[in-house]
Ligand binder design. Structure first.
Ligand SMILES: Cc1ncc(COP(=O)(O)O)c(C=O)c1O
Length: 496
């Protein structure tokens, strides 16, 4: 039974009613009734209407039936406001209580789903203590293995010796040090031909920090962000803890480019941003110009159809690790509403220094406002004012990288061996990852068996591509070569 607001009436028995409904515009309401407690969840303009209701009573804030709680949880996770009525008066106390509880619960729930990559890496370390780490073929973690460029070290020494300490160790302005933002913009303009200025640059704590700002810039809780499998598993918490919802487009396993058929099906009006990572962790594949052109055309078409921008968030920590003869075009050149998220972690081998930036495409609508908004977002996330000394040091080596050639050497050795052993594998165009098909359907079982040969591999399930596995070959070439014997023994003794 519905009343004039379209809301379900209070259950005449005051017992166990829980509802969750929405309309196609995205307005959402939830009504839960148990033992005289009524909760309403509404969003947008509907709120005003419901505030006028006087006939709903809430007795005890703590006598809430589980189904009602679940209903509230489910709804408030995705949508707006929860209002409760107590003797005809609205009280927000219960809302605060529920929100806190949900927040804490969210992190508690995450304890059960710890990073598989981290766990495997911890396993490798523990095994190393037993048999010597040199005997563990640890392909788990994407931690760069090459030294930082000498120019970076020299600049740090020079600054520590010659510059005034407060300038090095004091707070940075919240958008980043002005001279550093200018230098980043000039370097991007020179390299990619887009008219970047400091107003388009926000300095952030690595790619993770940059992405945390990008997601919050363009989504409200409940909005969807699409990404493509295989994908970096940390995107799950990065996105979902903002309140937005990460949805994953299944992979095109032939090429690990984009599966446009599946993508189009999932690109509904709820999608506010599409998140890509090229060259890609874990496949190692760089999206081609043809892929990026098709992606941009589709986003323009759908933005016009839905009447709102669909932003492209381009996660680019591996931009500089591209192998000979491979095309890895600049994403921002294809689509105006692109937010580039860059990190120096891999290109300079400085992941521990936590430095990167957001570069909003100068042609993006409201680009300068968005950069200013990043400064406000930081106030909430605590990712504000990245270390001054590291900003100053990277600004001096913007057009340099560590010697990254070892990654290509390692890739060639592994790729040749894997193909020789009968693995199906797309040849990586960059990064320091390779993503072959496992020799049995269950990649988790495959990776578990590999541990018997002290080969630490990561199952593709973690990356949204079951049946595959990742090897992070950012290790010494000598160790890659020694691992081939173990790999061959593993395959021959287990699968032949
Ligand atoms: C695809 C991808 N995005 C983001 C990150 C996070 O990078 P950072 O350490 O710069 O925050 C990583 C780190 O491995 C990554 O592989």
């Amino acid at each position: 039974m519905k009343d004039m607001d379209g809301l379900p009436r209070k259950d005449p028995d005051g017992f166990g009613m829980a509802m969750d409904e929405g309309n196609e515009k995205g307005d959402r309401k939830c009504s839960c009734d148990h033992s005289g407690c009524v909760f309403l969840l509404v969003m947008g303009e509907k709120c005003g209407k419901i505030l006028k209701r006087k006939d709903i009573m809430s007795t005890s804030e703590f006598q809430v039936h589980r189904s009602a709680r679940d209903c509230i949880r489910r709804s408030t996770r995705n949508y707006g406001k929860l209002l409760t009525w107590k003797n005809g008066n609205i009280t927000k106390e219960y809302l605060r209580k529920e929100e806190n509880e949900m927040l804490v619960q969210k992190y508690k729930d995450m304890l059960a789903g710890k990073s598989v990559i981290r766990e495997l890496s911890e396993f490798a370390t523990a095994r190393g203590q037993e048999i010597g780490y040199e005997n563990v073929f640890d392909y788990s973690l994407g931690n760069p293995s090459v030294p930082v460029p000498q120019a970076f070290t020299d600049e740090m020494i020079h600054m520590l010796t010659d510059r005034e300490s407060n300038a090095l160790h004091g707070y940075s302005p919240s958008l980043g040090i002005t001279g550093v933002r200018e230098a980043v913009a000039a370097s991007l303009e020179k390299r990619f031909g887009l008219p970047y200025r400091k107003e388009h640059i926000f300095m952030a704590s690595g790619a993770a920090g940059a992405l945390a700002h990008a997601f919050r810039l363009v989504t409200e809780p409940g909005d969807e962000i699409l990404t493509f499998a295989p994908y970096f598993p940390e995107y799950g918490p990065y996105v979902n803890l903002t309140g937005a919802v990460l949805k994953v487009v299944p992979p095109d396993t032939e090429s690990f480019q984009i599966h446009f058929g599946k993508f189009e099906e999932m690109l509904t009006g709820k999608v506010m941003a599409v998140l890509i990572n090229t060259p890609n962790n874990p496949s190692g594949v760089a999206y081609s110009a043809a892929t990026l052109r098709k992606l941009a055309d589709l986003l323009r078409e759908k933005s016009a159809e839905y009447g709102h921008a669909i932003y492209l968030i381009s996660d680019e920590p591996y931009r500089e690790i591209v192998f000979g003869g491979v095309e890895a075009p600049c994403v921002s050149a294809f689509y105006d509403d692109t937010i580039m998220c860059y990190s120096f972690s891999k290109s300079l081998s400085i992941p521990g220094e936590r430095i990167g930036y957001v570069a909003v495409n100068p042609r993006c609508r409201d680009a300068e406002t968005m950069v200013n908004m990043c400064g406000q977002i930081s106030r909430g996330t605590g990712h504000n004012c990245p270390p001054s000394i590291i900003q100053l040091a990277v600004a001096k080596v913007l057009d340099q990288t560590a010697d990254l050639s070892v990654y290509e050497t390692n890739m060639e050795i592994l790729y040749r061996e894997l193909v020789d052993l009968g693995f199906t594998c797309v040849k990586p165009g960059g990064t320091f990852y390779i993503f072959p098909k496992a020799l049995e359907e269950d990649a988790r079982a495959f990776c578990r068996k590999a541990l018997d040969y002290d080969l630490v591999l990561v199952p593709g399930d973690t990356f949204g591509a079951p049946g595959y596995f990742r090897m992070a070959y950012c290790i010494a070439t000598e160790k890659v070569e020694r691992s081939l014997k173990a790999l061959r023994r593993f395959v021959e003794e287990t699968y032949r």
